[in-house]
Design a protein around this ligand. Structure first.
Ligand code: MG
Length: 277
């Protein structure tokens, strides 16, 4: 029997919509609609950033609440994951919407360079966000942008700051950060399995590396992330039409690796999440 692959869709990142990414959903209605189409195409998890109407990234709880409610209504069971990433606020603001109790939230366990900024995650901020997630019973998705972040997450889990087992997202292909190298993924997965055999993981490739990482994760029995936050092109010759198109591509690939897209309830079981409200 084929094994399930949780397809995560990162529908909207932090960059403004321009002529090179016209399909990125911005308004609440667009975000809900885009998530719904991705859900129908096989995504079980949505990774969410929200924007103000003027497109600036925000961690405004009001905005998160509206998108969360719309997705819950139209996509029964889908796992909702809020981003606590650095571009939607400063410092403690980044966790200012966690009281809305999404199923999951992203948590980067270290700092690194991005193309033109330092992605700052100082130890006290990591602890603060982890504590908030604990308070509201939110499962963190550990964002590993660089090798040391994996070991910091394992340590925090040992110290009881993050619940076990971990769910880790390995992110590849950001300029100035971890390059998309097969052996690096293989090593990281081996380390995770050695140190926490019951952990789950996914991988994300940025830009032209997206499809490559989808293949690698399927092959290594991990889970996949796709979506317009990470990559706006379908291939070298054209832009992606929608988040659903990118999800559909992964759903189709699953067959090549004896995998199938996990349903939301299968995904909840794999990630040890509570059943949908
Ligand atoms: Mg993000």
């Amino acid at each position: 029997m084929s094994s399930p692959c949780i397809i995560s869709v990162a529908i909207t990142g932090s960059l403004p919509r321009k002529e090179n990414n016209p399909a990125v959903p911005i308004s609440i209605a667009e975000q809900v609609e885009s998530t719904h189409a991705a859900y129908e195409a096989g995504a079980a998890l949505v990774h969410l950033h929200v924007r103000n109407d003027d497109q600036t990234p925000t961690s405004n709880p009001e905005r998160f609440a509206q998108v969360q409610a719309g997705i819950a209504r139209h996509c029964p069971g889908m796992i909702i994951q809020f981003s606590t990433g650095g571009r939607s606020g400063n410092g403690l603001e980044r966790g200012g919407m966690l009281h809305l109790r999404p199923d999951m939230a992203s948590l980067a366990t270290g700092s690194c360079n991005f193309p033109s900024i330092i992605y700052m995650n100082p130890p006290d901020l990591i602890l603060h966000l982890a504590e908030q997630m604990k308070t509201y019973a939110i499962k963190p998705e550990i964002e590993v942008f660089d090798l040391s972040m994996l070991y910091q997450a394992l340590r925090l889990a040992d110290e009881g700051m993050i619940p076990k087992p971990l769910h880790v997202q390995f992110v590849f292909g950001i300029k100035n950060c971890m390059p998309a190298v097969w052996q690096v993924l293989e090593f990281q997965v081996a380390e995770l399995k050695r140190l926490m055999p019951e952990a789950t993981w996914a991988a994300a490739g940025i830009g032209r590396h997206q499809l490559e990482l989808n293949h690698w994760a399927l092959k290594l029995n991990g889970h996949c992330r796709t979506g317009l936050e990470d990559n706006v092109r379908y291939d070298g010759s054209r832009l992606a039409a929608s988040n659903a198109e990118l999800v559909g591509r992964v759903a189709e690939l699953c067959g090549q690796y004896d995998r199938h897209p996990a349903s939301p309830s299968e995904a909840r079981t794999l990630l040890r999440l509570r059943p949908a409200a």
